[in-house]
Design a binder for this molecule. Structure first.
Ligand SMILES: [Fe+2]
Ligand SMILES: [Fe+2]
Length: 384
């Protein structure tokens, strides 16, 4: 049974600002140290121990075992971080015309000093959200170890659990030691992570986490890695990216097999879930909490950000540069009546469909063998 936008998103229009704002207010447990989510899935044993039956997953597992790094010793935590030096990214992205030059904009009066402060705060917020997202990945991957019925996938997912623990560790340490502490989880992100963990179908964990959340993270890390000059953050991101590329590949390789066996209505549910995740992630990048921090009219900023011209939304659009080609590779864009293609067109991200997918791209991201440092990600995005 096909669902409406209201059933998927709890609102009729993905750009309904009041609904977006209302959800942003709903952060009921910011003061609580724990957050509990019901995990409805069955834990699955398999008695088929034939390692390598799924050769591509086995190759990924072998690669993961030799690609481990140690967050404590491989990064130089003695580096003194100047938060301002990490921020060329912000100035590049946010000093766009409509936001600054329009005299009615809430930030029209901001000068260099305000934008610099905004840059630091925005980085603190962004890295905090990545830290929370990494914990989501840690929980989701532990869940995949339990729920996936294939031994090669259980083996691989077990290595990803270690990777994600390391990612939570590095972001938590960077935010705490170098930026003076983090932000609580954004409500849109929390809703998405809750939905992924809540779902009883094991392939949905992969779609929500490996394809959508990690696909977005891989693109965002790549962009930040290219733009930051802060040496600790740059190296940290480079290491994390080498892991994330494997994680996304794990999702693509596993779901290709699963989707090949699915019926039309089952695929439609996956398309709907992909769309829901895309909108939740777009909403979180409106970074309402940061505007609130500066006492700016947050609703007005959200309206302006949602309605900004496409060329001013480089960062927001670029976040989908891994997700859309991977959805295409999985057949989700055009399955059925091409519903997801239409939805991705509506939210302005379909242009990325022909970017490289991540099925085998993890080799490019490898620390030893990779070519990613030689590539100009910004040029790729501009060309997109
Ligand atoms: Fe991660
Ligand atoms: Fe990951």
């Amino acid at each position: 049974m096909a669902l409406t936008d209201r059933q998927i998103l709890d609102r009729d229009d993905p750009n309904d600002v009041d609904a977006i704002m209302e959800l942003a207010q709903f952060n009921d447990d910011v003061d609580s140290v724990i957050h509990t989510v019901t995990d409805n899935a069955d834990a699955i044993f398999t008695w088929n121990y034939d390692k390598g039956e799924r050769a591509r997953l086995d190759r990924l597992y072998e690669k993961a075992k030799t690609s481990q790094w140690n967050a404590t010793t491989d990064l130089d935590w003695s580096i003194e971080v100047d938060p301002y030096s990490a921020l060329e990214l912000q100035r590049e992205l946010l000093l766009n015309g409509d936001m600054v030059e329009d005299p009615t904009s809430p930030v029209a009066s901001w000068g260099d000093a305000e934008w610099r402060e905004f840059g630091v705060e925005s980085l603190r917020w962004r890295l905090s959200q990545f830290m929370h997202g990494e914990q989501g990945a840690l929980l989701c991957t532990a869940k995949i170890v339990e729920t996936v019925p294939w031994i090669d996938a259980k083996y691989y997912a077990a290595t990803q659990v270690v990777d994600e623990a390391r990612h939570v560790e590095v972001f938590a340490r960077y935010v705490d030691e170098k930026l003076g502490g983090g932000y609580p989880i954004n409500p849109h992100l929390r809703l998405l992570l809750d939905d992924i963990i809540n779902d009883s179908r094991w392939d949905m964990t992969y779609l929500g986490m490996q394809i959508m959340v990690e696909g977005l993270a891989l693109a965002a890390f790549g962009f930040m890695h290219e733009f930051t000059e802060e040496p600790l953050l740059k190296k940290l991101l480079r290491y994390v990216m080498s892991d994330e590329a494997r994680h996304v590949a794990f999702g693509v390789l596993s779901l290709q097999e699963v989707y090949a066996e699915m019926t039309g209505p089952e695929i439609r549910e996956r398309q709907e879930f992909a769309f829901e995740a895309a909108v939740r992630m777009r909403d979180r990048f409106l970074q309402q909490e940061v505007w609130e921090h500066f006492g700016v009219d947050t609703r007005e900023m959200v309206v302006r950000l949602l309605n900004a011209p496409e060329e001013a939304k480089v960062f927001q659009r670029m976040l989908f540069s891994k997700i859309v080609p991977n959805c295409r590779k999985l057949g989700l864009l055009d399955a059925g009546d091409g519903w997801l293609r239409q939805k991705f067109t509506e939210i302005g991200v379909i242009e990325f469909e022909h970017m490289p997918d991540t099925g085998a791209e993890f080799i490019d991201y490898d620390i030893e063998e990779g070519t990613i440092d030689q590539r100009d990600l910004h040029a790729e995005v501009g060309a997109g």
